[in-house]
Design a protein around this ligand. Structure first.
Ligand code: HMG
Ligand code: MG
Length: 305
């Protein structure tokens, strides 16, 4: 049976977009449930600046508390050497760097140009190699950018090729805001596969226009066998109101089961993990509403001075 590898990014890409951070113990339980459901590569957090993405605070504690299992990899985003040091301190054996194919997005997301980000990754990759830590590379905005009208395909190919040449073992092509369509996805994969082996490419599709599963199919037909997805389709994009999350892991498992391709994931157990995180997020949002109402009531009860 042909196999596909799923990289579960919900605990990072999904939760980084929630208005508030989920407590560490809930994040740990979510990841444990996803592992029980059969997921083997899980992005458990991000060692980024807590001022930029407060939702990822506590990633150190989350990863420290995760149980290790043979064949299970917990990975985390790192934007710089400081991030890698934090990942090493909690025992990560894999991390992911992230660059963009759009200058405007690079500036907004990591406060530097594409060239500066690549220069930052050089010492990071050297240190990771020294420590025997695998590094995955993301390219964002591969099929469109919220800040620039067009992202030339040649720019995407260049960043993918450079990250691969620098030592990233896999390049995840990110349709960050979900603007891609199957035809464009197909052309993109062909162009990237001319420079990076297709076995080292992964698809990372967001579902804003409901195209993510169709884009996965297009990439699959071009030979891609690794896909990122998010339990319950968690996520969005802080830079584009209305953008939705990653393609749901549940949808991909259903798709690949139907195609007779193995993912190693048990769909009923995965659905339960999705229900668990959905319930935790609704409790959080209910408590946020309750706090806002209480604050409003307190303000209106305050005597006029
Ligand atoms: P900066 O403000 O330019 O950084 O941010 P700086 O080097 O000037 O440092 C400023 C402060 O941040 C300093 O603290 C540093 O110590 C601290 P201060 O001295 O002011 O107290 N700092 C850090 N703290 C903890 N961990 C670190 C770290 N680095 C610096 N690693 C920086 C530059 C890159 C750090 C910032 O812009 C950042 O953290 N950005 C992250 C943004 C992010 O996480 N975006 C979401 C992920 S990307 C994504 O979702 C796309 C993806 O899913 C694929 C797709 O869909 O396309 C991957
Ligand atoms: Mg993403």
């Amino acid at each position: 049976m042909d196999a596909v590898r799923l990289v579960e990014v919900g605990p990072r890409d999904g939760l980084q977009n929630e208005p508030q951070a989920l407590p560490v113990e809930v994040r740990v339980e979510l990841i444990a449930r996803l592992v029980d459901a059969g997921l083997r590569t899980l992005e458990a957090g991000a060692f980024v600046s807590p001022r930029w993405v407060p939702q990822m605070q506590g990633s150190d504690e989350v990863i420290r508390q995760l149980e290790t299992h043979p064949g299970v990899t917990y990975t985390a985003l790192v934007p710089n050497l400081q991030g890698l040091e934090r990942a090493l301190a909690v025992g990560c054996r894999e991390v992911a760097v992230f660059a963009a194919a759009s200058e405007a997005f690079s500036q907004r997301n990591i406060n530097c140009s594409i060239a500066e980000s690549m220069a930052r990754f050089e010492p990071l990759l050297a240190k990771a190699k020294e420590e025997g830590v695998a590094v995955r590379g993301y390219v964002s905005c591969v099929l469109g950018c919220p800040f620039s009208s067009e992202v030339p395909r040649a720019d995407v190919v260049k960043v993918a090729r450079d990250l691969y040449a620098m030592g990233c073992y896999e390049i995840s092509l990110g349709d960050t805001v979900g603007l891609g369509t199957p035809g464009k996805t197909r052309e993109l994969i062909r162009a990237c596969a001319a420079e990076v082996p297709v076995a080292a490419l992964a698809g990372h599709f967001h579902d804003t226009y409901g195209m993510a599963v169709a884009n996965v199919m297009a990439a699959l037909e071009e030979g891609v066998r690794t896909f990122d997805s998010s339990v319950s389709g968690l996520g969005g994009c802080p830079y584009l109101p209305g953008a939705t999350g990653n393609v749901a892991t549940e949808e991909l498992v259903y798709l690949f089961d139907g195609l007779g391709m193995s993912t190693g994931v048990n769909l009923p157990a995965l659905l339960q993990a999705g229900a668990f995180v959905d319930a935790a997020l609704s409790r959080l949002s209910a408590s946020r509403v309750a706090i806002a109402l209480r604050n409003k009531a307190q303000r209106s009860l305050r005597p006029n001075d």
